[in-house]
Design a protein around this ligand. Sequence first.
Ligand code: SF4
Length: 324
Amino acid sequence: MVRAGDRYLKYAKMLRDIYQAKVYKLPVSLPVSCPNRDGRLATGGCAFCPPAGPGHEVLPDCLGVSGQLERNWQHIRSRYSARLAIAYLQNYSNTYMSADEFAGVLAELRRVREQALVPLVGLAVATRPDCLPDRHIELLAGLAAEGWRVSLELGLQTANYRLLRQLNRQHGLAEFIDATLRAKRRGLKVCGQIILNLPGDEDGDTAETARILTVLSVDEVKAHALYLAAGSRLAGQYLAGQLELGTVEEYVRRVGVLLAHLAPDIAVQRLVGRIPAGQSVWANWSLSWWRIQALIDDYLEKHDIWQGKSLGHPLTPPPRPPGG
Ligand code: SF4
């Protein structure tokens, strides 16, 4: 019998086991854009992304890397008696800059750690999978070789590449596979970012997404329910009555599909997302994230679902009849 708290591997617990302390992620915004917004690939961005980008709790980039980290750390440390942190390059595509500029960002992070301005143990970098040159991977691998836990948070959203096209992602599944393989070959951690209930996706798409994350041996997954950020194309469709959203019960069931098809050693960063009030036209069925989390926990318990439950093993040939 699986205990309620052990139905899936929680990212926070994994970090606590590694560092013997709770580790906090501190968001940092860089003065970057996204090739899906600046005209390199397209200008409209992904259908769910607002013009200001997907990061919601970031300080202005004019404060600089160390300025943002120090300010966020002071807040977290005083509030939670925190001891360790991971810098999180969050908004837009954080490898969408020259290798020299990227090296400058990493040098600033090293300085923050060396001067003990913030007790950094790692770096998480959110970016598009088609926006990851080998040179940037090498620079990150250098940081990992110095003992930093370096994780690339690659946006996939869904393995349904036809839906990715409809959402104007401007990349498909192949780019995610390519980026993941190249990053893991150099010893970096990879987190797959996905949205579980995109309009047009079915349970089978979620299962396939989870199975692909599994066979790629990603290290982490970060999932959330679709929310409609103000200014995004999907928000406009919703306000025009052209978009139907599923129920919270359907979402909770979809979480069960994800977990059942995900390898047990992939750490789950989150299953419910958040967006500050006033920045969305619709989010999370107007329920708090902890209420949805409670519904998920109840569902997993009731249906006895645990991480990896539905993963098949390699099939062996059927037994031959005697004398066959
Ligand atoms: S790739 Fe990221 S930043 Fe760019 S439009 Fe899509 S969600 Fe927004």
